[in-house]
Design a protein around this ligand. Structure first.
Ligand SMILES: [Zn+2]
Length: 189
């Protein structure tokens, strides 16, 4: 069910539309360091895991640069496509990590082969979920949002179950929820 989304151009268009909205919101703000005006400073990525042809704009990460000389701080808004500096699409990181729980080895192998992710990467992602999620202010947000609290050991499977709908709907809700993890200065390059 989820796998078919990767080859659905409409799904990728939807993610891009969300990212445009997030970028518009960021453009309306000022430089966090000096209050300067923000200029567009998009950069190119080469995300892995898409299973259909889409336009080049899908490979651009929205980003902004402070216009003030001597500051030039970068502001990178949250994204539903890019998860920090990970080379795989956020969707892949979420799906493969979810598939780890409660599926057969055979299904897991099919998915990792289809998107070309090796086992070591999957293990790394698992750690990432646990660490990123349990560290930072994000944990407090999640704790306030979900009752009973989500089980960190089974992330992100335990998280996606909390959103209503099915398939794309649930996945997008999850991507939107974790989007704040994906932006910020630290992930600019
Ligand atoms: Zn500035």
């Amino acid at each position: 069910m989820y796998q078919s989304l990767l080859s659905d151009a409409r799904f990728h268009e939807l993610l891009l539309a969300f990212d445009r909205d997030l970028a518009d919101a960021a453009r309306g703000t000022r430089c966090a360091r000096c209050g300067g005006v923000l200029h567009s400073a998009r950069y190119w990525r080469k995300p892995r895991g898409r299973a259909c042809a889409v336009g080049p704009e899908h490979d651009q990460r929205f980003s902004f640069c402070c216009a003030v000389d001597g500051c030039r701080s970068r502001t990178t808004p949250p994204s539903l496509r890019f998860l920090g500096r990970k080379v795989y699409l956020a969707t892949i990181v979420v799906l493969v990590s979810i598939m780890q729980h409660g599926v057969t080895q055979r299904r897991m192998r099919q998915l990792t082969e289809a998107v070309g992710v090796d086992r070591r990467t999957v293990v790394r992602w698992q750690l990432w979920w646990r660490e990123r999620f349990t560290a930072s202010a994000f944990r407090r947000i999640a704790r306030a949002t979900f009752m009973p609290p989500v089980d960190a050991a089974r992330l992100p499977a335990t998280l996606i179950e909390r959103f209503r709908g099915e398939g794309a709907e649930q996945l997008i809700a999850l991507l939107r929820f974790i989007a704040p993890l994906t932006g910020g200065e630290a992930h600019a390059r």
